[in-house]
Design a protein around this ligand. Structure first.
Ligand SMILES: Cc1[nH+]cc(COP(=O)(O)O)c(CN[C@@H](CCC(=O)O)C(=O)O)c1O
Length: 400
């Protein structure tokens, strides 16, 4: 039959496609600096001991396999939103609608579809650059995706003036995507003072804040520090919603545990919003998987296990910071590379926006078997004490 004759071949995913190319490479020195997934110093995936402990304890409870509610496991939603909103939670909980989501992407998908159905503007402004999948999720839900200035190639830092001017020139009441912490792909985060300025512009323009917080705790090691923007916006009564992921800070990548939450003006409005969120989720996938959310809830609601988890998150964050320092030191002190690499340690979280251009990225892949995305982003977690020098030497070779 001819029914699929016109289906075109799509391009490989810009991020997951890198891992596919890496896996095909047989060279022993190969390095995967593509996907933002944590690796330990041996370059291996890291299942947090607190997660293993939670799994063991959950197994002994012999839980059933019944459907979760459409909006997910209630205690997970409470624990996840308490982690995000912290000391603001008590003052907003009666008008906060939350739904367990299929990780961060699933929360973004609920957000995009809810906004496309109910929010007056159908245009979302995302940072330039932003995570490769944001545009896919938002445009597939029917939103028009535009961008605001964010990254300044000259300083390899934040173009705050450009960002505020673009937010100001966007039509009033536009949807603005904001990375709450650990910006992807640049690793460049606003300072607290800059967040205060961003908030003022958002209030002046009556913009809607879509906060994507996929790395809480993972960026600085401090959950409150990384949730500064989330808690600032939630306590300033700016119309907002939040997308959370436990993929990175709990290592629950494949368990798909996340949370969508949106602020209403009062409990009555929250009830209406929740009813529409349930109708939307029911049509998307009916109800979420229970395993990942059970693990996350178990950790968050057991003080000793939560404490252990917090320590493990600091450990991951510290290892990435030490790799940033090592890479910069080797480039500047050992190899005396003529460029400045200060941005490697100024940037924060999973990624570093190196400034390497697509041609240099190509040479790294073809000649050095080092894989990173075309935009020069590296996942710092792909670096470890045994390969960081090799990577620095390769950067030195292509930038000298
Ligand atoms: C900003 C951001 N938001 C949402 C997500 C979604 O994560 P999840 O909870 O798994 O749905 C990711 C993961 N992005 C890294 C992981 C691989 C991916 O692209 O997905 C990445 O950019 O490498 C983000 O970086």
């Amino acid at each position: 039959f001819k029914v699929w004759a016109d289906v075109p071949m799509g391009p490989p995913d810009p991020i997951f496609g890198i891992t596919e190319a890496y896996k095909k490479d047989g060279d022993v020195k190969k390095m995967n600096l593509g996907a933002g997934t944590y690796r330990d110093d041996a370059g291996k995936p890291y299942v947090l001991p607190s997660v293993r402990q939670a799994e063991t304890e959950l197994l002994s409870q012999k839980l059933d396999k019944e459907y979760a509610p459409i909006t997910g496991i209630p205690s997970f939603r409470v624990q996840a939103t308490k982690l995000a909103y912290g000391d603001v939670y008590e003052s907003i909980k009666d008008r906060l609608v939350s739904a367990q989501s299929i990780s961060g992407t699933g929360a973004l998908c609920i957000a995009a579809n809810f906004l496309a159905s109910f929010y007056p503007s159908k245009t979302i402004y995302v940072s330039d650059p932003t995570w490769g999948n944001h545009k896919n999720v938002f445009s597939r839900a029917g939103l028009t995706v535009k961008s605001y200035k964010y990254y300044d190639p000259a300083t390899r830092g934040l173009d705050i003036k450009g960002m505020l001017s673009d937010l100001t020139s966007a039509p009033d009441g536009s949807i603005i995507l904001l990375h709450a912490c650990a910006h992807n792909p640049t690793g460049v985060d606003p300072t607290k003072a800059q967040w205060d300025d961003i908030l003022k512009t958002m209030q002046k323009k009556n913009h809607f804040a879509l906060l994507d917080m996929a790395y809480q705790g993972f960026a600085s090691g401090d959950f409150a520090r990384d949730a500064y923007a989330t808690r600032l916006f939630a306590s300033s009564n700016v119309p907002m919603l939040l997308c959370q992921s436990f993929a990175k800070n709990m290592g629950l990548y494949g368990e798909r545990a996340g949370c969508f939450s949106i602020l209403a003006n009062d409990a009555e409005e929250a009830a209406r919003i929740e009813s529409q969120t349930k109708i939307l989720i029911r049509a998307l996938y009916s109800n979420p998987p229970v395993n990942g959310a059970r693990i996350a809830n178990h950790i968050l609601s057991n003080p000793a296990l939560r404490e252990q988890w917090a320590g493990e998150v600091v450990g991951m964050s510290e290892r990435l910071k030490s790799m940033r320092k090592a890479l910069r030191n080797i480039l500047e002190k050992d190899l005396k590379n003529k460029h400045s690499w200060k941005h490697i340690t100024d940037q924060i979280g999973m990624f570093c926006y190196t400034g390497l251009n697509p041609q240099q990225v190509d040479v790294l892949a073809k000649q050095y078997h080092i894989y990173l995305t075309k935009n020069g982003r590296i996942s710092i977690s792909g670096l470890n004490t045994s390969n960081v020098r090799y990577f620095a030497e390769a950067i030195n070779a292509v930038t000298s």
